[in-house]
Design a protein around this ligand. Structure first.
Ligand code: RP5
Length: 180
């Protein structure tokens, strides 16, 4: 049986960092999407406010281990993505999480309003799947095999939407007919 320790890659392509273990469920689609695209990753729980010393340690390990992209997810006053971005030179994708008193707008603004010189790429509130896809596209720039897997992913999405035309017909609505 493969244990989780055996599953942890020494040099993952993506480092996923959560501000709290309570964020795990919302971040689930990040793991699913990275796995579907066969991208290696590992996961850490680090709070910018409660464990600031770990932020520095983690950032140091990013370059040591050759991590190529970091996805940092946090809710409330989400300082984590920016704090990591201040210390690393790889792209950081910030994933703002909802659920707080202002439904994630606080996290969204914390992630997007970075001071000049310290960029964080932001996705929408709870947009875990897009965070993973953005990381994948960044990696795909230098990885033609991953680019091909992303193309397959896009084709699958497209055919799923096209199949929905059947639902329109089932509802008895006049479905748009088109000839490719
Ligand atoms: C943020 O505070 C975390 O990312 C989480 O979304 C939120 C609440 O954290 P817990 O109090 O549940 O640990 O830093």
């Amino acid at each position: 049986m493969t244990t989780n320790v055996e599953r942890t890659p020494v040099s993952p392509e993506v480092g996923v960092v959560l501000g709290s273990a309570s964020d795990l469920d919302k971040v689930g689609p990040v793991f699913e999407t990275l796995e579907e695209l066969r991208i290696s990753y590992d996961v850490a729980v680090i709070s910018a406010h409660r464990t600031p010393e770990l932020v520095e340690k983690y950032a140091g390990s990013v370059s040591e281990r050759g991590v190529k992209v970091v996805i940092a997810a946090a809710g409330l006053a989400a300082a984590l993505p920016g704090a990591i971005a201040a210390l690393v030179d790889v792209p950081v994708v910030g994933l703002p999480l909802g659920g707080g008193p202002v439904m994630g707008v606080d996290a969204l603004l914390s992630i997007t309003d970075m001071p000049p010189g310290v960029p964080v790429a932001g996705v929408g509130i709870d947009s875990a799947k897009n965070a993973a896809l953005l990381a994948a596209r960044i990696l795909a720039v230098h990885d033609p095999h991953l680019r091909a897997r992303l193309e397959t992913f896009r084709e699958k999405m497209s055919s799923q939407v096209r199949e929905k035309t059947a639902l329109i017909r089932e509802r008895g609505l006049p479905a748009w007919r088109w000839t490719p």
